[in-house]
Design a protein around this ligand. Structure first.
Ligand code: SAH
Length: 406
């Protein structure tokens, strides 16, 4: 990977941090995600769905609650971006199976957007057992298909554009933080882009440089009223959010984005992880995960008025609003094994403790506008503007307000 990057830089000059991240993480041959199964205790980092089953169960309830809030459409697509080892989807599908009655006869299908063939195999094993087939041709938009152990059809895609249209709940957990960011530095001469170059003192080493002239990105991606001196922008994340917003507005549904993030306040968050430890982002590229906190203010701006946005709220508040305390008590009541009990309590602490994942991890949702307004009153066949005091009040959006479950 280092050789590939240095020859690229020698040929065309310094590359943007975004291009560096894209190559390192998702190069089709050598990319970190393409080559590795990096999740879990033996990998480079661990995520909430891998820490506790309760996490996925509560997200399963969230999906059901949004489907009910949307008026229980007869077809329901669950779409997950970057499903990792498949644990989140697996816990959600178990909830769907246990609450089959609540889903009525809705036709539920599962759609996974995953760039890594290696991880798609791990996901297929987790979700279908051996019940999945790879497409005959590499160019097929659906590159793998199968049936979940609970009997639902599952399809794998590389891009959102290939996922069929229709009412969908979109989930992205620790996905947006893996998308390439551009980095910018405010200077006396204006905004300049930070790029990756070869270290002139050590030709086998890379370094970050501030390029002297403006780039297309530095002239296009910074807000006129930006107050920070160092800014990270993820245009690929912005494009995905815009596409999601259009789909949600036209087809109905909701998106739930959960990640390490901030609301337009942080500056330098680009970092690497290897073996659960921080790792220099430029050292031995391809051997470590690269990530940057998600800027929710940017995502909200990209969604615009097309959808209603809520959040970000902290993971602690989201999970407490979803009833994590009650769920933990139920699981503990039904579990006698001391080591499993200890694991459940430890997982709960890891997810909700403000000093662990409770505060820095944030939840954000985009909803079809109809989800938050009272149904329109019609008179003489004519549609009228929403009448505030008539019609049933919409259901609260689970997780973003207290549901009073305990
Ligand atoms: N959601 C999982 C995994 C997070 S790791 C969890 O929380 O455990 C990031 C995931 O996104 C991996 O599955 C990775 O292969 C996938 N991914 C990264 N970049 C992607 C891209 N550009 N398109 C599709 N999937 C991507």
């Amino acid at each position: 990977m280092l050789r590939h990057l240095t020859s690229k830089i020698k040929a065309t000059g310094p590359i943007s941090v975004a291009e560096y991240m894209r190559e390192v993480l998702t190069n089709p041959v050598m990319g970190y995600y393409v080559q590795n199964d990096m999740l879990g205790p033996d990998g480079d980092f661990i995520t909430s769905p891998e820490i506790s089953q309760i996490f996925g169960e509560l997200l399963g309830i969230w999906c059901l609650s949004e489907w009910i809030g949307a008026g229980k459409p007869s077809r329901f697509q669950l779409v997950e971006f970057g499903p990792g080892r498949g644990s989140l989807a697996n816990d959600i599908l178990r909830v769907f199976s246990q609450l089959r009655g609540a889903l009525g006869g809705a036709a539920v299908s599962v759609h996974l957007v995953e760039v890594s063939p290696k991880l798609s195999q791990v996901q297929a094993q987790c979700l279908t057992g051996d019940q999945s087939q790879v497409s005959a041709s590499e160019d097929e938009p659906v590159y793998r298909q199968g049936t979940s152990t609970t009997g639902l059809p599952i399809s794998w895609y590389r891009n959102l554009d290939d996922v069929p249209r229709g009412f969908s709940i979109y989930l992205a957990h620790e996905f947006f933080d893996a998308l390439p960011i551009h980095k910018f530095q405010g200077t006396e001469k204006g905004w300049r882009e930070v790029m990756v170059d070869i270290d002139p003192d050590e030709p086998g080493k890379l370094r970050l440089v501030i390029v002297p002239a403006p780039t297309l990105a530095s002239t296009q991606l910074i807000q006129a009223d930006e107050k920070r001196r160092h800014v990270e922008v993820c245009p690929e994340g912005g494009v995905i959010v815009q596409r999601l917003a259009n789909r949600i507005a036209e087809d109905g549904g909701a998106a739930l984005i959960a990640d390490y993030g901030h609301d337009g306040t942080k500056t330098d968050t680009f970092r690497g992880f290897k073996g659960h430890k921080l790792h220099d982002v430029l050292a031995s590229p391809g051997s470590a995960d690269l990530t940057a906190d998600v800027d929710y203010s940017y995502l909200r701006r990209m969604a615009g008025a097309t959808v209603a946005c809520m959040g970000p709220v902290s993971q602690k508040d989201f999970l407490k609003n979803m009833g994590i305390d009650t769920r933990l008590q139920v699981l503990l009541r039904n579990c006698a094994d001391p080591s499993t009990r200890a694991q459940l309590i430890q997982g709960y602490d890891m997810l909700t403790n403000p000093l662990k994942m409770g505060e820095r991890f944030q939840f954000f949702t985009m909803l079809n506008h109809s989800r938050l307004t009272r149904p329109e009153q019609s008179k003489g066949g004519k549609k009228m503007a929403p009448v505030p005091k008539k019609g049933p009040a919409p259901l609260p959006v689970a997780g973003f307000s207290e549901l009073g479950l305990s």
